[in-house]
Design a protein around this ligand. Structure first.
Ligand code: NAD
Length: 260
């Protein structure tokens, strides 16, 4: 179990991050919740998931596009929990547009939140992980860390960057009890993807159901979404002793997307 360990899951007020936080809590980990929007309801869900272990949660609303706020997040986490043993770098945003019309501020925001924040959390957590000779950094990249899709230049660049960063961090910690890996999900039905489905439905004048079917058919051979719970189970596996020597992988869970 993860009893006695503390996990920071960035962007855990919604979607994949919330799902992963619940699975880690169910294994006994305390959870430092982060993300925008309501945090009371997600915290309750996470505490409920970990109730058998009497886990604790706390919340910090750091905007991960701001390095100074990420520093505050760790200062807070270290004060409340002593140290952070597991970091799941999950917070992320999307914007779709052709390169010529891609808004410059969206490019900068995606690089800051989806890529640079992974550097900042890593540099801030590695000293205590090295000291404890145990730690897990799990970066939620994407199939878009492995292959491209049109109209996602910033996202694909950031996620490929995350996969590259993961390899370097894994090499720098290779002789320690700290492991660094990336998980690369295909489609997961979260608010981030629902927005893209809504846009397709509107653009093509089709129903939400039809747009969902088309979205899956275009990329995901399994024709179904991966769930936050399935991703949580993979994260929990990487945290288990079986994951002690898994280093620098970019593990896709994508219904066959990148096998094509
Ligand atoms: P989501 O929109 O449901 O959740 C994103 C979370 O990140 C929320 O908690 C949000 O508040 C938080 N967040 C956004 N900007 C932030 C900021 N500046 N500072 C702090 N928190 C911030 O999205 P999701 O689909 O659950 O995505 C989570 C991660 O999974 C992202 O990195 C995304 O790129 C990745 N991913 C998603 C899919 C998918 O199909 N949904 C596929 C592959 C990878």
């Amino acid at each position: 179990t993860l009893k006695g360990k503390t996990a920071l899951v960035t962007g855990s007020t919604s979607g994949i991050g919330l799902g992963i936080a619940k699975v880690l809590a169910a294994q006994g980990a305390n959870i430092l919740v982060n993300g925008f929007g309501d945090h009371e309801a997600p915290r309750k869900e996470i505490e409920q998931a970990g109730s058998a272990h009497g886990i604790r949660t706390d919340y910090h609303g750091a905007d991960l596009s701001k390095p100074a706020e990420i520093e505050d997040l760790f200062a807070h986490g270290n004060k409340v929990f002593g140290c952070i043993d597991i970091v799941v770098n999950n917070a992320g945003i999307q914007h779709t547009s052709q390169i010529e019309s891609f808004p410059v501020d969206r490019w900068d925001a995606i690089i800051a939140i989806n890529l640079s924040s992974v550097f900042h959390t890593s540099r801030l957590v590695l000293p205590s992980m090295r000291k404890n000779n145990w730690g897990r950094i799990i970066n939620i990249a994407s199939v878009h860390g492995l292959v491209g899709s049109a109209e996602k230049s910033a996202y694909v660049a950031a996620k490929h960057g995350v996969v590259g960063f993961t390899k370097v961090a894994a090499l720098e910690t290779a002789t320690t009890g700290v492991t660094v890996n990336a998980i690369c999900p295909g489609w997961v039905l979260t608010p981030l993807v629902q927005k893209q489905i809504d846009a397709i439905a509107q653009k093509e004048g089709i129903s939400n159901e039809e747009a969902t079917k088309n979205l899956l058919q275009a990329k995901e051979p399994s024709l179904r979404f991966t769930t936050p719970e399935e991703l949580g189970a993979l994260a929990a596996f990487l945290c288990s002793p079986a994951g002690d020597n898994i280093r620098g992988v970019a593990w896709n869970m994508d219904g066959g997307w990148v096998a094509q």
